[in-house]
Design a protein around this ligand. Structure first.
Ligand SMILES: [Fe+2]
Ligand SMILES: [Fe+2]
Length: 264
């Protein structure tokens, strides 16, 4: 069994609002170091993907827990992937081509987390490159029999959110074809939608993390009441040895003023 905290869409931009919300979320999660295996952040860590924003995101995400990231469309501007690779994956082996997709795999004794880069520099929508699909196939072939969680930014299916559904993952069928051959993939984690959501993709749970920065209203909701008023949330995914995934969602409370007792 392993347990992941799942966050997304931090949109760090140098301003106080995003900084406070990410800081609040990470302080909340930091208290669970030793219990949680990792934090997975499914992209849009920054608003514009500048080196300054990426440095701020990296600093905010640094704590006692390992944080595994994949890029979102806002993290990879038309100038390309080099700043993200340097700042967020600085310790990882550097490929010959600095513009190669930012794919990573993290293996523990209890499970594997694979994060794939479906971004298209400068574009809102996503697509998995042929080299990413080949890489994923090879990584999953090496992970047979071990529960795998696969993370990416763009949802590969519509979520009934018009603003998001038009800029999802364009080649979802290619991803589904890979998953057909790898039943050990227990769930897919994504972001981009700015709402906590659960559905199915290729027969597996597809779990969208709530956004840290702001929540997108559903078509039947009052946008004024939802957009910025919702507090940040996190998801926790417990992956059993049998591959069954159980998810919990939590609002992150505001910090208690100094001197306030834990329980009234
Ligand atoms: Fe976003
Ligand atoms: Fe996004």
């Amino acid at each position: 069994m392993f347990t992941l905290a799942h966050i997304s869409d931090l949109h760090v931009d140098g301003g106080p609002r995003a900084r406070e919300r990410v800081g609040r979320v990470m302080a909340y999660l930091d208290a669970f170091a030793g219990t949680l295996d990792a934090v997975v952040a499914t992209g849009d860590l920054t608003d514009h993907g500048t080196p300054e924003e990426l440095e701020e995101a990296r600093a905010l995400l640094s704590g006692r827990l390992p944080v595994l990231t994949c890029p979102g469309n806002h993290d990879v501007p038309k100038e390309g992937r080099a700043p993200y690779r340097r700042v967020l994956l600085g310790g990882a082996p550097q490929p010959h081509n600095v513009e190669a997709p930012l794919n990573t795999v993290h293996r523990t004794g209890r499970g594997t987390v694979v994060l794939v880069d479906g971004t298209l520099p400068g574009e809102g929508g996503g697509r998995l490159a042929p080299e990413t699909l080949e890489w994923l196939e090879a990584v999953l072939a090496e992970s047979a029999g071990v529960p795998v969680v696969l993370a990416l930014h763009h949802p590969p299916v519509p979520l009934h959110m018009p603003a998001v559904d038009g800029i999802g993952l364009a080649n979802a069928a290619d991803l589904a074809a890979v998953l057909e051959r790898h039943p050990q993939v227990a769930a897919l984690l994504c972001g981009h939608a700015h709402t906590p959501a659960a559905t199915l993709f290729a027969g597996r749970p597809l779990l969208a993390a709530p956004a840290t920065v702001w929540t997108a209203p559903l078509p039947w909701e009052d946008a004024e009441r939802v957009y910025a008023a919702h507090p940040p949330m996190v998801a926790f995914h417990v992956v059993g040895d049998d591959g069954r995934v159980t998810s919990h969602f939590r609002v992150v409370p505001e910090p208690r003023p100094a001197g306030t007792p834990a329980r009234a």
